[in-house]
Design a protein around this ligand. Structure first.
Ligand code: SF4
Length: 732
């Protein structure tokens, strides 16, 4: 495909244009056009015809070509030459790297067994053959410990499946037809930018009211018609209070409830514990606002709820999502186009994760280690038998994104741990590696993108050759498989063959779509109903065991579980343990109300949302993105700052028993009193030496083993001599 030069760039020559898709852990999965001049990527634009992207990319993708050519990019395999953590490496060949991996892993397997090896991956890339599950078949064949990848969305996925099953739910595009929209726990204009215009259209065309529920008056909240600040980790109390009020005010859709739900009477009895005055006490939201929200939501149909992942990030987040996901059935919102709730629609995509992950290769009795427990697993706190002797990190940066940062770093310093990291740059995690391997970027590889924010399947085609010796993850695991002597034909396939094999092209959702047609169009909407007519649960039809929306969940009987896609499709060794079949408010581990003793020492709750200019920790090493994002700043309410004699711009230290980090104070009444905020994603060498996750608790949400990033108490103090880097407090 080519266009005339005036179509895009300034070279004066005709450019090759290749269709691509954004690789990032973002719901928008923008369709992109790569502009290539003589095998050099010279420009990247959003596809103007894509119904979501509409020609625009976000700030993260600004200068995307330059990102591919950044001077500190990893180009070759490297071996550590300095002390662990120093980030000192020398160039080696791929053969040398693979030989060393084989030697070290063979020795480990002989001495300790294959479960002493653990992969660590997340959504550093979102593709089918380069993303979350791209290494699962290899590690399952190796017999390593199975990594449970629950950084994000796992708690939501479990709660969603327990309540409405594996449905795509409400389409973001259908929200243009809504008359009332609640954005709950999501800063859409930073993290779902291309979804936001559908809400604005609903406001313009239908007079829809946009309500944002968020502890912080974010840039999204400032554009809403009504911002409702809520204490972190108390969303479940608000949702239960709304259920109570809707029932108390007689606003349920009795016919819908009767025909298409299970457990209404028990839910009503449970919700009766949450009258508005109690909800006010827990959440900080005035009781009258709770009543008003319940009435408006129930009566202004079609009503939509866009759920953000922030809700799951505290101890009771899973049950909060259960309660929120129950609301549309209670008021019959699912009956209407534009009614219902959206969490993430990946369940509509006919991706064959079993064929990707090959769970049948997992040896009987293989253990599961949750990635959020990495610090405990590496330091011996978990008392693993056998202990972990090797860690293979790809698509992830646990030192930045994992909880209990100091503990993870302590584990990575172990001399007897053989750590391999595949990445684009020497990240905060790669610094600790024994070997680093160079990975391709998106313009250099083929993939179909897993999409969790809309209903388009997208093909990314390679536009340029990989630089240096960079390889895509598909090729990385092919090389590792050959190195370890695996002769399975799984790894004999090309990338294209794998992509063809990893989708059910006969599925109704892919009607009229083929791999070859995607090569032409780049993307295609799944055949799951058009935005102006899609109402998937107008007549129930929920993919739950009962076929109904389960207020009382039948899946609770099996105990706590992680949806298999987050654990190599392994359905054994699930966490188990009692699960309340009814939604409820579960207090946080750490808040002044739930843990008053701890709050005497650490009185402030902290939240660490995703940054505007970085994608988690990606791009945080790029100067242009740092200019937009600013440093590791600490937002604090004016009253809390005054009590601590903190002035704007003062360097402050944020600390608890787990660690400490520092940054300049931003005094701003967008914050609730008692709350501080620092964005996740900054790199240590660009910050004070520690970053926000140094204070994060390494425990799990009650559902789906999700993290508790918004369930932490801290204290903040002015740093008297800001030249001194604050020492991390010893890990607990
Ligand atoms: S990060 Fe998200 S919004 Fe930005 S270009 Fe990629 S998919 Fe689009």
């Amino acid at each position: 495909m080519t266009l005339a030069p005036e179509a895009g760039t300034t070279t004066g020559r005709e450019l090759k244009i290749v269709r691509g898709a954004c690789p990032h852990d973002c719901p928008d999965t923008c369709a992109m056009l790569y502009y290539v001049d003589d095998d050099k990527l010279v420009d990247v634009k959003g596809d103007p015809n894509h119904p979501m992207t509409k020609g625009g990319l976000c700030v993260k993708l600004k200068n995307f070509p330059e990102h591919h050519y950044q001077s500190d990019r990893l180009m070759h395999p490297m071996r550590r030459v300095g002390p662990k953590g120093a980030g000192e490496f020398e160039r080696i060949t791929w053969d040398e790297a693979l030989t060393e991996i084989k030697q070290r892993w063979t020795d480990i397997i002989v001495d300790h067994g294959s479960q002493a090896i653990m992969p660590h991956a997340y959504l550093g890339h979102q593709g089918v053959i380069n993303g979350l599950t791209s290494g699962d078949a290899f590690f399952n064949r190796l017999g390593s410990s199975v990594a449970e990848k629950t950084y994000c969305e796992s708690g939501s996925s479990t709660a969603w499946h327990m309540t409405v099953g594996g449905t795509g739910g409400l389409d973001i595009e259908s929200m243009a037809y809504s008359k009332y929209i609640i954005v709950w726990g999501m800063n859409m204009t930073s993290t779902n930018l291309h979804g936001w215009p559908f809400l604005l259209k609903a406001r313009k065309d239908n007079g829809a009211k946009i309500v944002v529920i968020d502890p912080v008056r974010t840039r999204t909240a400032r554009q809403a018609d009504w911002h409702i600040p809520i204490r972190p980790g108390t969303d479940g109390a608000l949702a239960m209070g709304l259920i109570h009020e809707i029932i108390a005010q007689g606003l349920t859709d009795a016919d819908y409830v009767e025909k298409y739900t299970v457990g209404f009477d028990e839910l009503a009895e449970r919700a009766a514990n949450y009258p508005p005055e109690r909800v006010e006490e827990i959440t900080g939201i005035p009781a009258d606002d709770v009543r008003t929200l319940a009435r408006e939501y129930a009566t202004a149909q079609p009503a939509a709820i866009r759920q953000g992942v922030a809700i799951e990030r505290s101890r009771g987040g899973g049950q909060a999502i259960r309660a929120i996901t129950s609301l549309p059935a209670l008021v019959g919102a699912w009956r209407h186009v534009g009614g219902g709730t959206m969490e993430m629609p990946i369940w509509e995509f006919p991706t064959l994760f079993d064929k990707i992950c090959m769970p049948e290769w997992i040896p009987e009795g293989t253990r599961v280690i949750n990635e959020l427990d990495l610090g405990m697993a590496l330091t011996g706190e978990m008392k693993l038998d056998p202990p972990l002797k090797s860690l293979f990190v790809y698509n992830s940066n646990p030192v930045s994104q994992g909880p209990a940062q100091a503990k993870i770093m302590a584990g990575l310093l172990r001399e007897d741990l053989f750590t391999v990291v595949s990445d684009h740059f020497v990240t905060d995690t790669a610094k600790f590696a024994d070997l680093v391997l160079p990975a391709t970027m998106q313009a250099e590889q083929l993939d179909i993108m897993v999409t969790w924010g809309h209903l388009y399947i997208s093909l990314n085609q390679p536009a340029i050759e990989p630089p240096g010796e960079c390889v895509p993850n598909s090729e990385l695991f092919r090389r590792l498989a050959r190195t370890m002597g695996f002769t399975d034909d799984y790894w004999d396939r090309t990338d294209e063959q794998m992509l063809r094999d990893f989708h059910d092209w006969d599925a109704p959702a892919l009607r009229g779509i083929t791999f070859d047609s995607l090569k032409e169009t780049g993307y295609a909407r799944l055949d799951v109903g058009l935005p102006h007519e899609r109402a998937p649960h107008a007549e129930g039809n929920f993919p739950t065991p009962s076929g109904k929306c389960e207020f009382r969940s039948s899946l609770a009987e099996g105990g706590n579980f992680v949806v298999p896609v987050w654990r190599s499709m392994y359905d054994k060794m699930q966490p188990g343990g009692y699960v309340d079949p009814l939604p409820d408010y579960v207090p946080p581990f750490e808040s002044p109300a739930s843990n008053p003793e701890l709050a005497k020492k650490y009185p402030l709750n902290i939240v660490s949302p995703k940054p505007h200019a970085f994608l988690n920790s990606q791009y945080a090493n790029a100067a242009d993105k740092q200019d937009v994002q600013g440093g590791q700043r600490v937002w604090i309410h004016p009253d809390d700052a005054a009590e601590r004699n903190i002035a704007a711009g003062d360097t402050v230290r944020v600390f608890n028993d787990r660690g400490a980090f520092a940054g300049p104070a931003v005094i701003d009444d967008i914050m609730m009193k008692g709350l501080v905020m620092a964005n996740v994603g900054h790199w240590q060498n660009k910050a004070s030496g520690s970053t926000v996750n140094t204070i994060t608790l390494d425990r799990h949400n009650q559902l789906g083993n999700a993290g508790v990033y918004s369930d932490n108490l801290v204290e903040v103090a002015k740093v008297v001599d800001p030249v001194l880097t604050p020492e991390p407090v010893a890990s607990s």
